[in-house]
Every structure is written in C-alpha cells, then in structure tokens.
Design a protein around this ligand. Structure first.
Ligand code: 13P
Length: 252
C-alpha cells in the first residue's frame, strides 16, 4: 500500500446471497464500524442493492454493483443502467470482471463504455483485468493485462477509477501468485495507468483479487502498489471478510 492512496476492500458476492443475507451485512457493518480507515464495499446481486443501500446509509460499508449497461436507459431487456444503480444508492460498479468477459463475451470496448457510463452516473468504476493460466504459462501475462487496460480504461474521470488485477486462474481456486509476481504485475499496471492518465494515475487504486483470505491478506496488502483487494468467496461471511478488512486497516 501507499500512504497517498486510501485502501479499499471490496466484496464481490457474485451470484450469491438472498434477502436473509441482510444478517451477514449487518454483522459486517457492526464489525467495520461507521468510520473505517479504509473504504469498504459490498457488491451483491442487483435485486439486493436497494435494500442493502438503505440499510447501510450512514454506516461504514458502501454498496456497489457487479455490472451495468453502457446506455442510460432504453430497450435493453434484462440490463440495468448505471443511473438506476446510483438512484437506488449504489456507490460503485465492477466492470469487465473475467466471469463477465467469459460468460457474456464482454470485450475491452464494451468494458470501457460501461466504465464511462458508471463515471457519468457519479459511480466509482472498478475496472477488472487479468490473464488466464494459459496466457501466464505462455509468458504473456503482462502483455495481456496491459492490452486489457489500454482498451478498458475510460479516457477521463480518473479520480473515480479503480483497477482490479484478478488473474483468472487464481479466482476461486485457492491459488495465489507469488508476492513477487503480484509486485511485478502491479508495478506494470501502475506504469500503464500513469501513461494513460498522466500524474493523476498515481492516485488510482490498484486492487488485487483472486483467493484473498484472512490468512494471506496482510502480505498481499503490504505490497507497494496494492491498494486493497477485490474479494469473492471470503466476502460472503462476516468473519472472513472482517479479517480481510482488518488486514487492510493494519496497513494504514
Ligand atoms: P475469490 O476471492 O473467490 O477467488 O474471487 C475473486 C473475485 O473474482 C473477486 O471479483
């Protein structure tokens, strides 16, 4: 982490949770307190966003979404606009997650348009990038990630852009790149973000995602250009998630 950037710990609930999960959210809010030293975000499935936002008003956890459409409104059955997400209380939206790139063939141009729509709606855009195992084995990890970045980052709005590096092979597998590999990749991402935005790129938070757990969060968060994490499985249970949030707070 760096003293210049505020740490962020974001939970991506993916297609998990239901109305009963409010109990888990409450436990998380109680554990985090109302003024945590890091930004804490939970991104539940769309139908829970309004309810969760209402319950978290004035508390220390913000609510985000996992996707949005790039248009403000219109004939797009099944889609949700960034403007509506903001209207129901979301503060952020994840765009370009590898599961959406794979399941919905989302390409960089589309991810960029979604990120721009998020910014236009006043949301933080968490732009995800990451290589597959085959790409890493072929020695192409950095090239793939930098190409995704240059295609997916919006042109402006840098203050509200967050980048999440999530190696696809580390997601939900319990496998994590070495500290050295994360350090190298985040440094390369930092250089690319500064190339893209100029000096302001030094203020962009770079999250690591992929099998972050309470037991490994501290050493990952200690890396210079890691400004927090995007957490999947370990964000579903308050105990695990709070352990990771506390590892973030310990860096401050
Ligand atoms: P896991 O933490 O379950 O590996 O998921 C990471 C992720 O995809 C977060 O967006």
């Amino acid at each position: 982490m760096s003293a210049a950037r505020r740490m962020m710990v974001a939970g991506n609930w993916k297609m998990n949770g239901n109305t009963a999960s409010m109990t888990e959210l409450q436990a998380m809010m109680d554990g985090v307190g109302d003024t945590p030293a890091v930004d804490v975000l939970i991104c539940p499935p769309f139908p829970l966003i309004g309810r969760f936002s209402g319950a978290s008003e004035g508390r220390g956890i913000g609510i985000g979404a996992q996707d949005c459409h790039f248009n403000k409104s219109g004939a797009h059955t099944g889609d949700v606009s960034a403007a509506l997400l903001a209207d129901v209380g979301a503060k952020a939206v994840i765009v370009g997650h590898s599961e959406r790139r794979a399941d919905h063939t989302e390409v960089d141009d589309l991810v960029q348009a979604k990120a721009q729509a998020a910014l236009d709606a006043g949301l933080t855009a968490i732009v995800c990038v990451g290589e597959t195992e085959a790409e890493r084995d072929a020695g192409e990890a950095e090239a793939v990630v930098l190409a995704q970045l240059s295609g997916s980052l919006p042109a402006s709005g840098v203050e509200h852009v967050v980048v999440a590096y999530e190696p696809v092979w580390a997601i939900g597998t319990g496998r994590v790149p070495s500290i050295e590999d994360i350090t190298t990749m985040h440094a390369a991402i930092r250089r690319a973000v500064v190339d893209h935005y100029g000096d302001a790129g030094n203020g962009v938070r770079l999250l690591y995602g992929g099998s972050v757990k309470p037991g490994n969060a501290a050493e990952i968060f200690a890396i210079e250009d890691v400004d927090g994490g995007l957490i999947g499985g370990a964000s579903l249970k308050a105990d695990d998630f709070l352990g990771i949030v506390n590892a973030g707070i310990a860096q401050v």
